[in-house]
Design a protein around this ligand. Structure first.
Ligand SMILES: [Mg+2]
Length: 434
């Protein structure tokens, strides 16, 4: 009965169905109107290809990147190993059984990160809007760059050539389309060394014959549900009744229906891994006054600085965050010049910001955040003054980091933090993000 409702009704005619706001123009319009141009780039068998690049003896050989241990899994299999039915995330034991002649190579993450830096730099030459998804994969928003860079197929070829040149010979597969979902499917479509451009007016036809497993975010369970509804291809989902999908699948229904219509409005978000790094603490007992607040800021500054250094980022600004006992949020922020990873610089500036809040208030939350985050390798402005002091602080911070790494986070405190809680009668206990 329910099955009969598939493919019978016009989705937009259904009273309960509201079309996503921006869907109609990009998809219904005829002609290759590139309202958005999204490129997805994905390196081929990345770790294995890097190993083959660095060691000519491994070229043409079946490789399993991973640790040879009974409980470990394969990180990457080279293309020579894949015909034997091995691939990422397979238990190493099983992979060895299927492909006994494979050479097992332990991963060298440092080296992969280095190559990753090279390819991300290449992408950044084509657009300021690069969203890395992992070490070897990124979305690049090319919207509006056609006059500067040429049509999508030309840009795609140039990206591939530039990656090859920058890395000394590695292949990247590239897909270009009108939204993230289709661009990603397209980059995977002709791997390895793939290149596929799917213009917006061809997206539906491109998706229709593909299996539902290609739908982003569906997973094994969702796939099974869809199969039980006799939906096998993306085209099946596209022509199903959206209300029926929603009744049977809940929130997954509108999601798959939209994707099947190539309706994916997700923007390319540059550097989304870190817009800000912050640490805050909700107190057991409200506090007021500078002397009571400052020790919390010092702890927070230490934690934030540690996380910045671990992520290879510098803060271009620091933000003070307070919540009054009446749950009113207060924020004050200031730019940092030069950008810093130093906990004492973050702490000092946050303390200065205390001058701009009412310190007679009682506060129930105290936090400190770093924003305007910049990669550590980027050139620093305004470093003429205070450089020796900064270097000294950097050294101290890094020394503390390594001690904490070895002996646990509670092992080391600065003299100025030592006993601060006790001295001010502050509550002690585990901090939320420790
Ligand atoms: Mg890849």
């Amino acid at each position: 009965m329910a099955q009969d409702r598939r493919r019978t009704s016009d989705p937009d005619a259904h009273p309960d169905y509201r079309a996503p706001a921006d869907r109609a123009p990009g998809i219904r319009a005829a002609g290759a109107c590139w309202t958005r141009t999204i490129l997805h780039a994905d390196m081929d068998a990345f770790y294995a290809s890097v190993e083959q690049l660095d060691n000519p003896q491994l070229r043409g050989q079946p490789l399993l990147i991973g640790v040879d241990h009974p409980r470990s899994v394969v990180s990457t299999a080279s293309y020579e190993a894949r015909p034997f039915g091995v691939g990422s995330a397979m238990p190493m034991v099983e992979a060895k059984r299927r492909c006994p002649q494979a050479i097992i190579v332990p991963p060298r993450m440092q080296r992969y990160a280095e190559v990753s830096e090279q390819i991300m730099t290449v992408f950044a030459d084509f657009s300021p809007r690069v969203e890395p998804l992992s070490l070897d994969e990124a979305f690049v928003d090319l919207t509006g760059s056609e006059r500067l860079l040429g049509p999508p197929d030309v840009v795609a070829r140039n990206v591939k050539a530039a990656v090859k040149a920058a890395t000394g010979g590695l292949n990247v597969s590239v897909g270009v389309s009108g939204c993230k979902f289709v661009a990603k499917v397209a980059s995977d479509f002709r791997k390895p060394d793939g290149l596929l451009v799917v213009p917006p007016d061809a997206m539906l036809a491109f998706l229709a014959p593909l299996p539902i497993s290609r739908l982003w975010g569906v997973g094994k369970h969702g796939e099974e549900l869809l199969r039980n509804m006799d939906l096998r291809t993306i085209g099946d989902v596209a022509s199903a009744d959206p209300l029926w999908l929603k009744q049977r699948l809940g929130s997954l229904g509108p999601h798959v229906y939209a994707l099947a219509h190539a309706d994916d409005q997700r923007p390319v978000v540059a550097d989304r891994e870190a817009q800000s790094i912050s640490s805050e603490e909700t107190l057991d007992v409200d506090v007021s006054g500078r002397a009571a607040i400052e020790p919390y800021l010092l702890r927070a500054a230490d934690r934030v600085a540690r996380r910045l250094r671990r992520a290879g980022l510098r803060a271009g600004g620091v933000r003070l965050k307070l919540k009054t006992h009446k749950f009113q949020n207060l924020g004050r922020q200031v730019a940092l010049l030069p950008p810093t990873t130093s906990s004492s610089a973050l702490y000092d500036e946050a303390c200065k910001l205390l001058a701009h809040v009412d310190l007679t208030q009682r506060y129930r939350l105290i936090g400190l955040g770093a924003y305007d985050l910049q990669r550590e390798g980027a050139p620093i402005q305004g470093l003429l003054f205070g450089e020796p002091e900064r270097k000294k602080n950097d050294k101290l911070d890094r020394a503390l980091d390594s001690l904490r790494e070895r002996f646990g986070k509670g092992a080391v405190q600065r003299g100025s933090d030592m006993g601060a809680r006790e001295r001010f009668g502050l509550p002690t206990g585990k901090l939320p993000d420790d």
